[in-house]
Write a protein that binds this ligand. Structure first.
Ligand SMILES: Nc1ncnc2c1ncn2[C@@H]1O[C@H](COP(=O)(O)OP(=O)(O)OP(=O)(O)O)[C@@H](O)[C@H]1O
Ligand SMILES: Nc1ncnc2c1ncn2[C@@H]1O[C@H](COP(=O)(O)OP(=O)(O)OP(=O)(O)O)[C@@H](O)[C@H]1O
Ligand SMILES: [Mg+2]
Ligand SMILES: [Mg+2]
Lengths: 158, 159, 159, 158
């Protein structure tokens, strides 16, 4: 599978609708300090099922554009990831914040969270395995885990 | 359950050294994963050790900031070879790297483009200049931060 | 004892905003230190808040990596104004800064050269190129790392 | 006071004697990854009285050149800081590792550790105040301390 587009709707500093892509084999996200690069990473992590505490917010509703200054522009925010599969068909995963809870859709159909994560796992995506997202400032710690933590990592991956 | 663990561990342990050598572009670099309990590795810890190019064996805590970053990336790519996620997203992993190591990491990523999609966030031209496409993020003045996005493909330009 | 604390706190609290504005080169930037217990500040905590240029008041945890670095340097320089150590030694503080912020921090350091000696360790030309002298460290191949030192004064060259 | 020279003798990756300086008002230390830049910072921190745990080693004897591969080249290592005072005279502070303990000298005279630190404090140097040494990777945390930690910081400085 190949990640082609990320669509964000009122997610953190992205007001309204923004489409990022088409993404290539090696894509670089650039911009000044404080412009919203790590917010884009939070968007991708969110749609892949990452928990709120790793998205630098306390509550799901803090992810809505404007929440950082207590003026959320909407009750909702959403992120959609569009994958191109081996057979060249598209598959879309969408996760949204509605009030204080989050909803999950695959190709527009609402699904349960466990279905959503199971389908992602079929593509090889498992956020608990911590094997594809490296947050800002966290790269060195991957090498410096203690032996027990490393066993737990292998446990999750296998 | 234990078979899967051993299968995964042995695969990654076999791959890590070659990946570290490729990342460091130096055959004298070494990396190895060793279980504290070789009979039943899932019961105890797993040690990770790297010998930086041109140096001798020493504890990982002695490595410098840049050396730790390269060791971490080797482990990440080795794990990926067992259980390939479709893409990587790496936020300023080049912060502690000097320009030589940035060049090595960038060319490793480029060499794996066939089997691995990578998205990096970077402030350093030496790193993002090696990508196929740039996503530029800028902010407009407003009450709170409002980000805007511009996408630019680099494939059309020569180096 | 308490008088000294209050004296120190009030001095730093008065200086921090002007220093942050100077570092960010932007009058809309704001920084303030506030005691949780204004009567007896030594009994409780002290809050630190920065409003990044062009943004509104929000918790410090919302700041980006680069914004946090600038906020940290402002506090460091403000504390120095009360109790001046003869020199600063800063190891890769520019890691999370973009080139604009590197320029601002470097020019702040240059502007204070009369009253403050600074030694920085850096991998980025945009930062170390602004210094008066370079100390180059290289390593020779040997059993363990052997570092060698070359000192070069930049004062003789023009920009 | 102005720091003019740092002399290192068999300290970490510096074999034999190395003199760094003359240092200027704004000096930059540069070099490839793993060349010994942070080891230089450890040398300066050591001579200013910093505790071993912040010098990335477990024991004082690990500071001796070669200890990292269990082949220390000597029983001793030392660092000397030469300051130029307001009246243009020089003052030297030297700290050395001898076996498992450390010795302190001012202008060549052996002094007690408390005398040594008191003289440094007269120049405005107090490593406990954490107000002039910023270790690699530690800058952001200065802004993110919790309120109580910040009070303790002001306590130490005043
Ligand atoms: N819900 C939200 N609505 C609007 N803006 C937000 C929201 N949450 C966070 N922000 C803003 O996003 C900014 C942080 O952006 P981000 O961390 O993505 O920057 P960055 O581009 O990664 O910068 P750096 O290069 O310094 O790491 C903060 O200044 C904050 O105000
Ligand atoms: N006692 C010692 N004797 C010899 N070498 C040592 C000793 N202690 C540490 N080293 C070596 O010093 C190296 C680390 O150097 P240092 O951390 O100063 O690098 P650096 O220049 O700061 O690199 P970076 O830019 O990656 O931060 C390690 O590779 C280690 O082998
Ligand atoms: Mg960021
Ligand atoms: Mg270093």
């Amino acid at each position: 599978a190949f990640l082609k587009y990320i669509d964000m709707e009122n997610f953190k500093s992205y007001r309204g609708h923004h489409r990022i892509g088409p993404l290539k084999s090696f894509t670089a996200v650039v911009g000044p300090n404080g412009s919203g690069k790590s917010n884009f990473m939070d968007a991708v992590s969110f749609v892949m099922g990452e928990k709120t505490s790793l998205l630098r917010v306390k509550r799901l509703s803090d992810l809505i554009h404007g929440a950082s200054i207590n003026k959320p522009v909407s009750r909702n925010a959403s992120v959609t990831a569009t994958f191109i599969l081996e057979d060249m068909t598209e598959k879309q995963f969408q996760r949204s914040v509605v009030g204080q809870s989050s909803e999950h859709r695959i190709d527009g159909q609402s699904v349960s969270i466990s279905n959503y994560l199971a389908e992602l796992e079929k593509l090889g995506i498992n956020v608990k395995a911590k094997n594809f997202l490296v947050f800002q400032g966290a790269v060195e710690s991957i090498a410096m885990k203690n032996p027990k933590e490393r066993t737990a990592l292998f446990e999750e991956i296998s | 359950r234990h078979d899967k663990f051993i299968d995964c561990f042995e695969h990654v342990a076999n791959e890590i050294d070659a990946i570290y050598k490729a990342l460091a572009m130096n055959q004298s670099a070494q990396a190895f994963l060793g279980p504290e309990n070789p009979e039943e590795p899932y019961l105890d810890g797993i040690n990770y050790n790297c010998v930086a190019p041109g140096k001798r064996f020493q504890p990982m805590s002695n490595l410098s900031g840049g050396e730790k970053t390269v060791a971490a990336l080797a482990l990440l790519f080795a794990i990926h070879s067992y259980q390939p996620a479709p893409f990587f997203l790496l936020d300023e992993i080049d912060a502690a790297l000097d320009n030589t190591n940035i060049g090595k990491v960038a060319s490793y990523i480029r060499s794996k483009r066939g089997s691995l999609q990578t998205i990096v966030i970077s402030l350093k031209e030496e790193f993002y200049g090696c990508s196929d496409a740039l996503v530029g993020i800028c902010s407009e003045p407003a009450d709170c931060l409002v980000s805007d996005v511009i996408t630019l493909s680099l494939e059309d330009y020569d180096d």
